[in-house]
Design a protein around this ligand. Structure first.
Ligand code: HEM
Length: 283
């Protein structure tokens, strides 16, 4: 069931403490661990204490899921596939279902393994579920992709697409910017509306890597897709989050924001942004 605010905050604090501690204090154990674990035993003790705290918080929640699952299965008499029950399937339920392969004697996951996996899941999920932030970045990439074309590609064999023959050897250019501005795909495509990527919007669940569909492809798709897609998205979200977190942004009177573009190595603002940045007060 849903957690109350205080419990969510406690989990958040435990995750943060753990992550910061690992990032700052534990790299010493990568070198000669048999010795460093004695030399830095204070650090090891602290790390283990932080893990214990996660365990204290996570195990009751995992147990509750386990109990709930047992109740539902008892009520139904048979184990129903999750799709046929009203039971919302969670990540923990999947972990509870896991049986390790034969070499591990087909055992279930231990408490420690469950806690570690839940912790990793929360850490990995935090970035990807920062949906508002992601929406702003995606809308920027849809409306103003830095590359209006991909690198030129070449047809390896004759292909027919939509009744057109693309002959073997032909150079193929992809109109990336035009795809993002296609009225058949996007509502009011020329407007900057990050909300379109939120639930219910015309861009909800868009797949920039193009594995399900292609509605925008700022990083290309397929085997030559941008090798830096993951790091670029992470960096952009981090960058935007910090610009907003650290400063208040104000217009310079008489110097309106102009979204006109001009091509340089990539496509950039024709008239660079002027803004007054005021550091946010932390009091
Ligand atoms: C917003 C940021 C970025 C955008 C919009 C972008 C976009 C692109 C595009 C359109 C391509 C050509 C794909 C194709 O021809 O099919 C490409 C290729 C590539 N990108 Fe990015 N990129 C970005 C950031 C990065 C970063 C940060 C890195 C490195 C850390 C990177 C590394 C590469 C590499 C190595 C290729 C060549 C891949 C290949 O040809 O196999 N990119 N990128």
């Amino acid at each position: 069931e849903r957690l109350d605010e205080a419990s969510v905050r406690a989990v958040g604090a435990a995750q943060r403490d753990w992550l910061l501690y690992v990032a700052r204090k534990t790299s010493v154990f990568a070198f000669w661990p048999a010795v460093t674990k004695h030399l830095f035993r204070g650090r090891l003790k602290m790390g283990l204490a932080l893990r214990r705290r996660q365990k204290e918080l996570f195990l009751p929640l995992i147990d509750a899921r386990w109990e709930r699952k047992k109740q539902i299965n008892r009520g139904a008499g048979v184990v129903l596939p999750m799709a046929e029950t009203t039971f919302e399937h969670s990540y923990v339920d999947t972990l509870l279902d896991i049986k390790l392969p034969e070499e591990e004697a087909g055992r279930a996951l231990t408490d420690d393994e469950m806690v570690i996996l839940c912790s990793e899941f929360l850490i990995a999920g935090t970035d990807t579920t920062a949906t508002g932030l992601k929406a702003v970045v995606l809308e920027g990439l849809r409306r103003h992709p830095p590359a209006h074309f991909l690198l030129p590609h070449k047809a390896m064999e004759d292909m027919e697409i939509d009744g057109y023959l693309i002959p073997k050897g032909a150079t193929v250019n992809f109109m990336v910017a035009e795809m993002g501005r296609d009225e058949r795909e996007w509502e009011k495509p020329m407007e900057f509306v990050p909300e379109r990527f939120l639930p219910g919007g015309d861009g909800e669940g868009v797949d920039v890597a193009g594995s399900r569909e292609i509605r925008m492809m700022p990083f290309g798709v397929g085997r030559r897709i941008c090798a830096g897609l993951g790091v670029a998205m992470l960096h952009l979200e981090y960058f935007v989050a910090n610009l907003v977190n650290e400063f208040e942004w104000r217009e310079v009177p008489g110097d309106e924001v102009d979204f006109a573009e001009k091509p340089e190595f990539t496509v950039v603002m024709a008239n660079p942004l002027s803004a007054r940045l005021v550091p946010r007060s932390r009091s």
